[in-house]
Ligand binder design. Sequence first.
Ligand code: BES
Ligand code: MN
Ligand code: ZN
Length: 420
Amino acid sequence: MGLGEQEKYNFDILAAVIADASKRLRDNGAESFSIFLDSFVNGKIRYEGAVEKITLSSLMGLYKFTEYKTKDKDKIKNIKQISIVTNSNNSFENEIKYAYVVADAVSKTRDLVNTPPNVATPEYVADYAKELAKRNGLKCTVFDEKQIEKMKMGCFIGVAKGSINKPRMVVIEYNGSKSKKPVAIVGKGVTFDSGGLNLKPYPYILNMKDDKAGAVAAIHIIEACSRLKLHLNLTVVTPLCENMIDAASYRPDDVLTAFNGITVEIKNTDAEGRLILADALSYAAEKKPQAIIDIATLTGASLVVLGYVGTPFVCTDENLRKKINEASPKSLEKVWELPLWQEYDESLKSDIADVKHIGDEGEAGVITAAMFLKNFVNELPWLHIDIGTTVWSKVDKGILTKGATGATVRLMMELLREWK
Ligand code: BES
Ligand code: MN
Ligand code: ZN
């Protein structure tokens, strides 16, 4: 394997080479292989970091989604064992454990995001989350349509109305610290986004099963935190529904009332994510967490901003901003901050309600979506991550395989790893 020029060698190259080599070995029929660690270490890249990155990258590269293949199933073989060989006397147990748990969380996230929308309905994802919580001894509450209605989550109910697959809201709690207020993670869980009455045209309607990726990532992040026994309290809130066309669908020009009482004028039923998040965020904010992080496949505009390379985010808190900027290079998930200048608020003014939920077409789509969400976090320290683009890979290259990427799982795990 070639690692390229010494000066340019970095963790991104290491990860890509290990992942590609692992795939090659597997595709050539290997059942196991060994990696000589020392040859990947130099002045810049130390043993410690390298073991973790090698383990994670190899496992991520080897990921395959075969659930719905019926032919030649027995021919699809994966690697049974990977050995890391070294002259170093260090103990790498903790690093390998971390990488293994995180890789597992990434794989499970990819599996569930890849699961087709006729199978992975809101109820299915809620049952999955319940099962996961039970397995890990985590407290889990599932709200059904009636309860969501009773709680007056008018925006969430509005979006969910057009589907026969009824909505759920899942709340999972992990207690890894005695005293501290929890960190809240809210994940967008639209199991299929048809656009609603503002129906998405072909080919944009394809792949819209990935619109639940924020929720699915959040569920596996809390599982990984509990498996690693991280010292913090975490609350995951995931609104789950489908955005469909029906006589009962919500319409453009409707006015919906959010959980926190704010009235929202609907202008495009395809901007459904921010509506279900509005209610979920204000629900999370009511619990007075020390910070709120939301993960959402919120906009197609994220593609315009950073392409497939990185994930745009917005943030209202210096401490959180520092944390994500430090976690990003460690996790190998690239992120970049966008501003929340007050001028963007202008475009969200409504003639008849408190706010509109979308801005002017084609203008700063990632930011205006975030600006809308800001109304629902109650001024708490807030980080919003828009994975509209990075949720999915069109290529099978390096740690990426075609399909769901498991975006934000590695990033969030680094961010929460040593939470203070
Ligand atoms: N789930 C989509 C965003 C999306 C699009 C994610 C493509 C991944 C790939 C979201 O609900 C949506 O449709 N957003 C609209 C908002 C617009 C109507 C203001 C968009 O980005 O076009
Ligand atoms: Mn949409
Ligand atoms: Zn959507």
